[in-house]
Design a protein around this ligand. Structure first.
Ligand code: HGY
Ligand code: MN
Ligand code: MN
Length: 416
């Protein structure tokens, strides 16, 4: 199929305005967003997105995990569609663009096609995946994981947030349980536009990241059990301090990641201290270890070393230690043919580009299991993300969405 004309561009002002409007829903306290999954703000954002899709002439389908699929008809209704999208949920102190650029950039591609009267043979489906972040309900990429057959829906529905609320109940409460069977949809291809969430593209002066791979990930939830006691009157040699154990394991996680450089990361991001009182030695601490690498051997080695270190620290301090795998995917290789399409689109459009490995996890990492998948990245300022100060330029947003437009038109096959 001939590639679309290199002069085709999206409407960057309209895209930027849509990003700004969505950012007003579930605002953070410092200019970013707190639109956590299955909250009222999430529902409000979903309704806004659905209204825009309707205005763009698309038909909406929703599955039983709340995944949203807005379809623009192709000339061949029998042809498998080209999907493109990402997620509208955010971290509690999230940015305006993580995930949202991928959903609203895909919508902008459809709006541009409408403006130009472009018809494609394949239908195009713009997608919002539920609970990509995994901040409120672990693991991350939960709904795309159910769609790809990684998790059962029962497992997903039974996930609980820190307040004990159940995923399935919250999805029903906000009124976004659809009628489609999860995973029943078949895809010709899936394209995901996303901000890099790292410093490489900006540092290298590139506008586009052609994402060839995604690094693998483990989330280990560690529960250390000691004994609540008075911080003043309990002699040091009588303490069974779960907080001390968590601190030592946190340091070991850092040391293990550093011992596997380059291409390895590790940190503890979420900690629940019980009873979390100033003058009580913590008798219980529950915390999540996040370790990642694009290299399978390093990922496996880090998981084994963290597990060993946790049990060793617990033994030293006389603590109980339970470790639960709450998130995992191996390193991902995206579809080489689609990678070529994305690279070719960036070339034709004259955007400086480079191949890149995604440091963050994305819905595309799971969908890659059930359909040819690729990602497109644009830079973000200072590589900062999962922070309300996350920032991109309108030019970066437009560059990424232009490449998404050209890749989508090529893969969906322009008819006229
Ligand atoms: O954790 C991740 O990599 C993604 O941002 N959910
Ligand atoms: Mn994201
Ligand atoms: Mn994120």
């Amino acid at each position: 199929m001939p590639a679309p004309g290199e002069n085709l561009r999206i409407d960057s002002t309209r895209l930027w305005d849509s990003l700004d409007q969505m950012a007003q829903i579930g605002p953070g306290v410092a200019g970013g967003c707190n639109r956590q999954t299955l909250t009222d703000a999430d529902s409000e954002g979903r309704h806004l997105f659905a209204s825009w899709c309707k205005a763009a002439g698309m038909t909406m389908g929703v599955d039983t995990m709340g995944n949203m699929f807005a379809t623009r008809a192709g000339t061949d209704p029998e042809a498998l569609p080209v999907y493109m999208g990402s997620h509208l949920d955010t971290q509690p102190t999230g940015g305006r663009y993580d995930g949202v650029l991928g959903v609203l950039g895909a919508l902008e591609v459809v709006r541009t096609m409408n403006d130009l009267g472009i018809r494609t043979r394949r239908p195009i489906v713009v997608t919002n995946w539920t609970n990509e972040e995994g901040a409120r309900f672990a693991p991350a990429m939960l709904a795309s994981g159910v769609f790809a057959g990684i998790h059962s829906q029962d497992y997903a529905y039974d996930r609980r947030d820190p307040e004990g609320k159940r995923f399935g109940d919250e999805l029903a409460r906000i009124g976004w349980v659809g009628d489609e069977v999860v995973g029943a949809r078949k895809m010709h291809a899936m394209l995901e536009l996303h901000i890099e969430q790292g410093p490489i593209l900006e540092a290298e002066g590139r506008q586009i990241g052609v994402v060839t791979h995604g690094q693998g990930l483990w989330w280990l939830e560690i529960t250390l059990t000691g004994k609540d006691a008075h911080t003043g009157s309990t002699p040091m040699n009588m303490r069974v301090n779960a907080g001390l154990g968590m601190a030592r394991i946190t340091e070991r996680v850092h040391q293990i990641a550093m011992s596997h450089q380059p291409n390895a990361v590790g940190a503890v991001g979420q900690v629940f201290v019980h009873p979390n009182s100033r003058n009580v030695i913590p008798g219980k601490v529950v915390f999540t270890v996040d370790i990642r690498s694009p290299e399978q051997a390093k990922l496996d080695a880090m998981k084994a070393e963290v597990t060993r270190a946790a049990h060793a620290v617990a033994a030293e301090l006389g603590l109980g230690c339970a470790i639960e795998d709450v998130g995992h995917f191996d390193p991902v290789t995206f579809d080489p043919d689609l990678v070529k399409v994305v690279r070719g689109a960036a070339e034709r459009l004259g955007y400086a580009h480079m191949d890149i490995v995604s440091g963050a996890g994305h819905d595309a990492c799971w969908i890659n299991r059930v359909a040819p998948t690729v990602m497109i990245m644009c830079p973000c300022a200072g590589g900062l993300s999962h922070n309300e100060a996350e920032e991109i330029s309108p030019e970066w947003a437009a560059a990424g969405t232009d490449v998404l437009l050209h890749a989508a038109l090529e893969v969906a096959e322009v008819v006229s």
